[in-house]
Write a protein that binds this ligand. Structure first.
Ligand code: SIN
Length: 569
């Protein structure tokens, strides 16, 4: 198979310059942009004057349209009186099944509480108890109430509202909406020097152009649209991950795709973005039952219905297989009308619009693609393997999630590592430094036909979804190869997105085919157990010939996270 190393596109019709380009407008991108524009941490003078760095936020839809606004459950941080960062760390390591980077998790849990407090100072209104304390709930894999939420189950929407308002009020930040990132162009020295964009605008910047800058942050969100059914919005086509691969960056552990256990089942064959029924519903006492009314999570794990997400998703799928059912049921009838109205208004509205009454009826649910735990490999400051290129949020692999993300750690990751990227940019990119020369010309190379999207999603769901084996993954690789041969000479949004989906799907299948074990959210029927020889990462690269290579990087035994510890009685 040969994947394009550069997207076919018209030559840039315009070139603009800035200091920092942030691609993506969820919690990761906007946090990074705000902190870069604000100026050096600890300097009041700097904050008032701003950093002097020009920040350009580029987003594919409107500012508020990414995955963040769909987050329901909340943001995890050790904020409760009886909770500790050490307990949060222990729960995160257990969920990550040996593949978390302990130092990255330490950063996440130690810096998380302060980062959430800053989000509150910025104007985010989290739910409070009657005594004014933060109202904290629990989700799968957590041994403490540490999930802060807003608007009941509208946490992401409230965070996004506050961040967007702050960005719009910050003079040092410019925004281009409806702009799809195509490629990163290198400097002569091989670092990131410019980004090409297709802007669907009506103003000065329209069509394909290039933005030159000193630093680039990819915070483009997830890859969920590689599957037929996902909780991700239609914009989640892996654009940042694919562009990073084309730019020569290392992408890590893409085989670890988390399937959320309780996605509303809308009937066989439902496709596209599916409604989530937050894990917080189980955190508040709802439970799973099968067709016969049996509580099948009992006896599967000490946390039963609140076991880590991969454990619950696998148990549901096994039960569906055993009973021949297309879904299981979530029982939250005992909440009563008032609790549903106050605590889960968003989910209630969705259920009601579909004619379901959760006070008197069971809710049909089944697992669907939810979150990519892997992504563009970064260090603890968000730097990737390409100089000048950073990655953050779901697009990145910072090491905090390992083989399976702990519930509600993702908003926190975007927040904490967005702050770290900003601090690194502020200390390494002085305002006014000249831009360096670009290394090569900007001609495009190839692009897949827009029409492959549907077939790609069907194939990925059939053969590279929750349950995998060598035969299925071989079929998926063969199908992707055939789809890769379907090229077009008509570059446009749909074909660029299709090429990005093809690129990330190919990398995912290559990694899933290579990892011959079951671990976290990677479930191989033909290798049903974790294998200590596989305790390491799969680094993915797009080679000069357009093929994906996979390199296994073993975790030294001294760095393999031990599980257990505080919170694990
Ligand atoms: C949920 O509300 O169940 C989703 C939370 C998450 O994915 O972290």
């Amino acid at each position: 198979m040969s994947l394009p190393r550069r997207l076919l596109a018209p030559a840039p019709g315009w070139i603009v310059e800035t200091d920092v380009v942030v691609v993506g407008s969820g919690i990761a991108g906007l946090t990074t942009a705000l902190r870069i524009a604000a100026g050096p941490v600890g300097s009041d003078a700097g904050r008032q004057a701003g950093s002097g760095l020009r920040v350009l936020v580029v987003t594919k839809d409107v500012l508020a349209a990414g995955s963040t606004r769909w987050a329901q459950g909340g943001i995890a941080a050790a904020l409760g009186p009886d909770d500790t960062a050490a307990a949060h760390l222990a729960d995160t390591l257990v969920a990550g099944v040996g593949l978390c980077d302990v130092e990255a998790v330490r950063v996440l849990v130690d810096e998380g509480p302060q980062a959430v407090r800053e989000l509150i100072e910025l104007g985010t209104r989290f739910d409070r108890t009657s005594t004014g304390e933060l109202s904290l709930t629990r989700e799968g894999g957590h041994h403490a109430d540490r999930i802060a939420h807003a608007g009941g189950d509208a946490t992401g929407a409230e965070i996004e509202r506050a961040l967007v308002a702050a960005v719009l009020a910050t003079p040092g930040i410019e925004v281009i909406e409806h702009a799809l990132v195509l490629d990163l162009l290198p400097t002569a020295a091989g670092g990131a020097g410019a980004v090409t964009l297709h802007v669907m605008g009506e103003g000065q910047l329209d069509g394909v152009g290039a933005v030159r800058a000193r630093a680039f942050v990819l915070a483009t969100g997830g890859i969920g649209q590689v599957y037929a059914a996902t909780t991700n919005p239609p914009v989640s086509t892996g654009d940042g991950v694919a562009a990073a691969l084309r730019a020569g960056a290392v992408v890590r552990d893409l085989e670890f795709v988390q399937f959320h256990p309780t996605v509303l089942w809308l009937g066989g064959g439902a496709a596209g973005q599916q409604p989530l029924v937050s894990e917080a519903v189980r955190g508040e006492g709802a439970f799973l039952v099968d067709e016969a009314g049996t509580r099948f999570m009992r006896g599967q794990h000490e946390l039963a219905d609140l076991a880590p997400r991969d454990v619950v998703a696998k148990a549901i799928l096994r039960r569906m297989r055993e009973t021949g059912a297309e879904h299981v049921w979530l029982d939250a009838r005992h909440f009563g009308a008032e609790k549903w109205r106050v605590r889960f208004p968003t989910i209630l509205a969705t259920l009601t619009s579909l004619g379901l009454d959760p006070v008197s009826q069971l809710i049909p649910v089944a697992p669907a693609c939810h979150y990519a735990s892997g992504g563009i490999a970064t260090d603890l400051t968000g730097r990737t393997s390409v100089a000048g290129l950073y990655a953050c949020g779901e697009a990145a692999c910072t090491g905090v999630h390992g083989a399976n993300r702990l519930a509600s750690n993702s908003l926190l990751e975007g927040l904490v590592f967005g702050r770290r990227i900003a601090d690194d940019v502020l200390s390494t990119v002085p305002a006014g430094t000249p831009l360096v020369d670009l290394g090569i010309d900007v001609r495009g190379m190839g692009v897949a036909a827009a029409g492959i999207r549907h077939a790609l999603q069907q194939e990925m769901s059939a053969d590279a979804g929750v349950i995998r084996d060598a035969a299925g993954l071989g079929r998926a690789a063969g199908s992707l190869q055939k789809l890769a041969a379907q090229r077009t000479s008509d570059p446009r949004t749909e074909s660029w997105e299709a090429t990005n989906l093809l690129t990330v799907a190919s990398a995912l299948v290559a990694a899933a085919g290579r990892r011959a074990e079951t671990r976290g959210s990677h479930w191989r029927e033909d290798y049903p157990e974790p294998d200590e020889d596989w305790c390491g990462h799969l680094d993915l690269r797009l080679g000069p010939d357009g093929t994906i290579t996979t390199d296994f990087v073993a975790i030294p035994s001294s760095a393999i996270p031990t599980t257990g510890g505080p919170g694990h009685a």
